[in-house]
Write a protein that binds this ligand. Structure first.
Ligand code: 13P
Length: 256
């Protein structure tokens, strides 16, 4: 049985006040909620504050981050390493987000390198994959997702996906308010799982595949009712404690 994971990707949003209010709110909202792993990925600067607030709330929330470097130390100005993330208790690290692929020109190969380095350091990669609107319209969705996954599978073996998380995020659904329908998302999730199953049935059966792209409290239950949707990677709606907690609760309820 796969346990759902609902993760908030805060992107470039935050201040000391906002982080404090959001995590204090989440600590309260998540009281007594079971059957779902809830994670947040604040900007790296706020990891220290987030770690302390999560601890105050009784460690109900998993701490994550939005990126990693592929070195642990050295002359790499501006970067943050897996060991530094670990130092602040972050375990679930988002890589390959479409915003980094686009604005920072991160290739499939570079993302795969990050994946390997996170695993080497005992951290959980949250590997984002997904197609653009043009690719979707050209019928290339599966080919794009397969190529992005294969960058890891072909270099590290399918077993590397054990204990990792895949986040399917169609780019056209991110921040647009236009989420994939539950049926659309289910169909792609099933195909992603089938692609992995060609290499290993066991890995495919166990790997968490989150959906991301305009997930909110209003559409969460319908998405999580689908058998191959194991949680969500949430952007905008993760910035509100009540709304984000409602998404986490919907995942717990759907998979109970
Ligand atoms: P939104 O939920 O704002 O569409 O963002 C999704 C996302 O990119 C999460 O990583």
């Amino acid at each position: 049985m796969r346990r759902p994971v609902v993760m908030g990707n805060w992107k470039l949003n935050g201040s000391k006040t906002m982080v404090t209010e959001l995590l204090t709110g989440l600590n309260a909202e998540l009281e007594g909620v079971a059957g779902v792993d809830v994670a947040v990925a604040p900007p790296a600067l706020y990891l220290d504050l987030a770690e302390r607030l999560i601890k105050e709330g009784g460690n109900k929330i998993i701490l994550g981050a939005q990126n990693t470097d592929v070195n642990n130390s050295g002359a790499f100005t501006g970067d943050v390493s897996p060991q530094m993330l670990k130092d602040f208790g972050a375990t679930h690290i988002i890589i390959g987000h479409s915003e980094r692929r686009e604005y920072h020109h991160e290739s499939d190969e570079f993302v795969a390198q990050k994946f390997a380095f996170l695993k080497e350091n005992g951290l959980t990669p949250v590997l984002c994959i997904g197609e653009s609107e043009a690719q979707n319209e050209a019928g290339e969705t599966l080919a794009v997702c397969a190529r992005q996954l294969d960058a890891v599978i072909k270099t590290q073996g399918v077993e590397a996906l054990n204990d990792a998380i895949i986040a399917y995020e169609p780019i056209w659904a991110i921040g647009t308010g236009k989420a994939a329908t539950a049926e659309q998302a289910q169909s792609i999730h099933a195909s992603i799982r089938a692609h992995i199953a060609k290499e290993s049935e066991a890995v495919a059966k166990n790997v968490i595949i989150q959906y991301g792209g305009s997930v909110k409290a209003e559409n969460a239950a319908e998405l999580f009712a689908q058998p191959d949707i194991d949680g969500a990677l949430v952007g905008g709606a993760a910035l509100d404690a009540k709304g984000f907690a409602a998404i986490a609760k919907a995942a717990a309820a759907a998979k109970a």
